[in-house]
Design a protein around this ligand. Structure first.
Ligand SMILES: Nc1ncnc2c1ncn2[C@@H]1O[C@H](COP(=O)(O)OP(=O)(O)O)[C@@H](O)[C@H]1O
Ligand SMILES: [Mg+2]
Length: 441
């Protein structure tokens, strides 16, 4: 039995009510494609409570993994009868329908999901159903880099710099040290036998500036910067994604020194058990080969990856020479929140604002949460202005009531992260999470 799973089982035995831990165990069984274990785990859950959601979805998932699609459908339909708006079940159903080549039904399910959750995104489903409809799936087509990437290569647009990122001094310092200096002083580094290149992984809770900071990093350096969403690469035609990835790295090599940025990089591996079991593995292998520069010289290419879920990333990614340096992009500290509030309010009509107070009340808020609060406060102010017939500037109390109506979004991430950091911290990769949570090793 796999060590990771063994530890999770032990941990779960010690705290059987920890739902997060349970979910992680189920996800991990899926990750390693232990369908039989997943099945018995879920049956066990269902024997205690026949309506257990995790148990039912997990069970359907295990049948899906074993390609027993009709059984999976029966379980999902039963679940959906009781809970027609269960997004997870609908998503899985959509996968099953795609794999059974029921294009029509799959599209219908996809529309249902979109109606329930307009911001739903799943590149696998979208590529299959929207971009490349099933009927066309055996046509050959040359891969091409999307126009957006081409644009980025030939003209940098909307340049942002560190000054546009509020606070985050720790992260900026790390980026200076690990990314900007090596590129700036390439020959000095080389003379000490240091390679510039390899990979750096930004990880942390959503909305705290991984994507934003990486853009600002691009603005701080003179070298070329290519930014790619994994969605741009994932392509349903077997073998095409690999070609696209190779083209990207080739471009980067041609214009090095160059930073190649992959956003949401966990998507490379996360879905590989769903639709593209073999294809996904190939893509990962291709990525690793490109990263290692097996057939080519990677000197001067720095690869940055960003992810909310580092634990979903294949562990092969973190070997030496690959993503061997990590940068934890934390929720903004009190000082950082002050800076972010200042940035967000800079161009708005305000009274004198008590930033200290706002920062104090917004503990656990991400940068994105703070932006959302200001939006809410401005919206309320506009309503008020319309009612009263005259505008008034934003005051501290307006922002405070917006803060009070919002929920800090990083807490949930730390619930999950904590379990990985405590129970699956093998090479000490999550030490910074433990330090942040003030948990002793
Ligand atoms: N430190 C910050 N300073 C200014 N804006 C920020 C900061 N952190 C987050 N934001 C805002 O929040 C948005 C979401 O951040 P993003 O980089 O997309 O988060 P992540 O990639 O970590 O999920 C950004 O587009 C930016 O507007
Ligand atoms: Mg992002």
């Amino acid at each position: 039995m796999n060590d990771e799973i063994k530890k999770l089982r032990e941990a779960l035995a010690a705290s059987p009510d920890n739902q997060y831990l349970l979910k992680i165990l189920l996800d991990t069984l899926i990750k390693y494609e232990f369908w039989d274990d997943l099945q018995s785990e879920c049956l066990n859950l269902l024997s205690q409570d026949p309506n257990d959601q995790n148990g039912r979805i997990g069970l359907a998932r295990s049948y899906f993994g074993k390609k027993e699609y009709s059984t999976a459908i029966v379980i999902l339909e039963e679940l959906l009868n009781q809970d027609p708006e269960n997004i997870e079940a609908l998503t899985l159903l959509c996968y099953v329908q795609i794999n059974e080549n029921n294009a029509h039904e799959a599209v219908e399910t996809f529309h249902k999901i979109k109606a329930l959750k307009p911001d739903f995104q799943d590149s696998t489903i979208e590529n299959k159903l929207v971009v490349d409809p099933l009927e066309k799936s055996d046509e050959e087509e040359e891969p091409s880099l999307s126009d957006e990437i081409e644009d980025q290569l030939f003209g940098k647009k909307d340049i942002i710099k560190f000054k546009d990122v509020g606070g985050m001094e720790l992260e900026k310092e790390q980026i200076e040290l690990k990314i900007i200096h090596p590129l700036k002083h390439a020959s000095l580094y080389k003379s000490y036998g240091k390679k510039i290149g390899g990979g750096i992984l930004f990880y942390g809770p959503p909305g705290c500036g991984k994507t934003y900071l990486s853009k600002a990093t691009a603005g701080e350096i003179d070298s070329e910067f290519i930014s790619v969403g994994i969605d741009e690469i994932l392509d349903m035609y077997i073998g095409q994604s690999e070609k696209k990835l190779n083209m990207l790295f080739e471009k980067a090599r041609a214009i090095s020194p160059c930073v190649l940025f992959f956003d949401e990089i966990d998507a490379l591996g996360a879905n590989r058990n769903d639709l593209r079991t073999s294809g996904g593995r190939n893509l990962i292998n291709q990525f690793l080969a490109e990263l290692d520069g097996i057939n080519s010289d990677n000197d001067g290419i720095l690869v940055i990856g960003a992810t909310n879920a580092p634990w979903h990333l294949d562990s092969a990614f973190r070997r030496p020479g690959r993503f061997d340096r990590l940068i934890f992009v934390q929720p903004p500290s009190t000082e950082s929140r002050i800076e972010i509030f200042k940035l967000t309010l800079a161009k708005k009509p305000t009274e004198s604002i008590d930033y200290q107070k706002l920062a104090k009340l917004s503990e656990g808020f991400s940068g994105a949460d703070i932006y959302a609060c200001i939006d809410v406060a401005v919206e309320a102010k506009l309503q008020e202005a319309i009612k009263k017939g005259k505008p008034s500037p934003l005051a501290t109390k307006d922002v405070i009531s917006a803060i009070k109506s919002a929920r800090p979004s990083t807490k949930e991430w730390f619930q999950t992260a904590k379990n990985y950091a405590v129970y699956a911290n093998d090479s000490g990769i999550y030490d910074e999470i433990l330090a942040y949570l003030k948990i002793k090793k």
